[in-house]
Design a protein around this ligand. Structure first.
Ligand code: SAM
Length: 231
């Protein structure tokens, strides 16, 4: 249940753009949030690393790459991190600048001049509270991929959940607006949020893997939570 005070606070925060919210958060020493640390980060990285390995994925782009802690757990040969916050991009360039095949760019400077095997969105979609920003982000996410798009997000409607959070049923939007792609699989998430319990170690988010309509994914049993999961 969201109180009247929380709704008012949410309204005030949303008078600042989502981009400004993140830039301000990083500039004041903040990080990417609880989902980028601890067991949730380990789970996300493990699933991604398994997928990259099983599907022989060489090139990955992530939209909303954050402060770099989550990326530090990735075993990915060629990785481009894109973020709306120039401060976050600077932090990542400092941390990973010397890693061959890795680079970081701001969302403003990103030029869609090439495509990648896999396009990633991790803990970003439910932070895009402006409709136009959400739609532009989703088009960019899918346009960047040749083989797979992997989204880790909540996927239900709850527009007033919290400050800087707007849950959306994004999978319906993808179905209706991104032709040529389909959800291949959804993965059960091992630490689901139940009520207000353990907000640091649990999440509303879970993975959906999208592929071109003619794509098959490899050995699902090798990817955690992959076997037998419905869409
Ligand atoms: C909760 S953090 C997640 C960071 C990272 N993906 C992870 O899982 O650790 C959300 C990130 O999305 C970025 N972001 C927000 N809106 C964006 C947009 N429209 N385009 C690209 N990045 C965006 C924020 O700056 C922030 O770094």
């Amino acid at each position: 249940m969201v109180s009247a005070d929380e709704k008012e606070l949410s309204r005030v925060v949303r008078s600042v753009s989502s981009a400004d919210y993140w830039e301000g958060r990083y500039r004041s020493g903040g990080n990417s949030g609880k989902g980028s640390y601890g067991r949730l980060a380990v789970y996300k990285a493990h699933l991604i690393n398994c997928l990259v390995h099983r599907e022989k994925i060489e090139t990955v782009v992530e939209f909303g790459s954050g402060d770099g802690h989550q990326a530090s757990l990735f075993a990915i040969p060629h990785y481009t991190g894109v973020d709306v916050s120039s401060h976050a991009v600077d932090r990542c360039r400092e941390a990973f600048g010397k890693r061959p095949g890795w680079d970081f760019v701001t969302a403003e400077d990103f030029v869609p001049s090439r495509q990648y095997d896999l396009s990633l969105s991790l803990d970003v979609v439910y932070h895009l509270f402006e409709d136009a920003v959400f739609e532009q982000y989703m088009h960019r996410l899918f346009a960047a991929a040749t083989r797979f798009v992997l989204v880790y997000s909540s996927d239900h409607e709850d527009p007033d959940r919290a400050v800087h959070v707007r849950h959306r049923k994004y999978s319906d939007w993808v179905r209706d607006n991104i032709p040529g792609w389909r959800c291949l699989r959804r993965f059960e998430q091992p630490y689901p949020r139940i009520g207000d319990e353990d907000p640091a170690g649990s999440s509303f988010a879970f993975f959906r893997l999208y592929g071109r309509t003619n794509t098959e994914v490899g050995d699902s049993a090798a990817i955690p939570g992959g076997a037998g999961s419905g869409l």
